[in-house]
Design a protein around this ligand. Structure first.
Ligand code: XMP
Length: 182
């Protein structure tokens, strides 16, 4: 089991940035009602903090997406554990995810959302990984980004490794033992 290494984003910075993101989202959407599509499980903690900082009329939906990846970290298969169970026609949607790495998970959530024909759809991620080769074409297209982080595997604040560490209040790098613990 890889060990925890350095803190990448401490809890006070997360708290401050979530407030700033909420202000950015509020400015962008104004008083229009908003439908949030949260990508579970990883976005759970971020989602809970973010929605409590948003003042507008808001509906919360979730999709359950799991991504599998190759040993070299490339995007693998996407599995939906649950899909959207409602019509989004005429609604303004914000997809909220924990981390953008290869972009495969957010792409899948976007595709699923767009198939329900919302009036508009924007995206928000707490973390965006800086990748060299194999970087996501979506990276420049995300509307709201919390933090850009280096290409290290992180856990905490909802993110897990093998089901562990979701409850850490800070975002912490995992020690790399012979490559990324993916
Ligand atoms: P993709 O490659 O689909 O990655 O953009 C996003 C999903 O992959 C998982 N992921 C991570 N999970 N620490 C994690 O705990 C990480 O550093 C990490 N990088 C990718 C996560 O499920 C995320 O939704």
């Amino acid at each position: 089991m890889p060990r925890l290494s350095v803190v990448i984003v401490p809890r006070n910075q997360i708290r401050r940035r979530v407030g700033e993101l909420a202000a950015e989202i509020t400015e962008a959407f104004g008083n229009r009602g908003l439908t949030i599509v949260g990508v579970l499980d990883g976005a759970l903690v971020f989602l809970a903090d973010l929605i409590r900082r948003l003042p507008m009329r808001l509906e919360l939906l979730t999709v359950g997406v799991r991504s599998y990846r190759g040993r070299d970290g490339t995007a693998g298969e996407i599995e939906f554990r649950h899909r959207l169970r409602t019509d989004l026609a005429g609604q303004h949607v914000l997809i909220v995810d924990d981390i953008l790495d290869t972009g495969a998970t957010l792409s899948a959530a976007l595709e699923e959302t767009m198939s329900h024909e919302p009036a508009s759809c924007r995206t928000c991620v707490l973390l965006r990984k800086k990748r060299g080769r194999g970087g996501s074409s979506l990276a420049g297209a995300v509307d709201f980004v919390g933090f850009d982080i280096p290409d290290v595997f992180v856990v905490g604040y909802g993110l897990d490794f093998d089901g562990r560490y979701r409850n850490l209040p800070d975002i912490v790098a995992l020690q790399q033992v012979g490559g990324q613990p993916r």
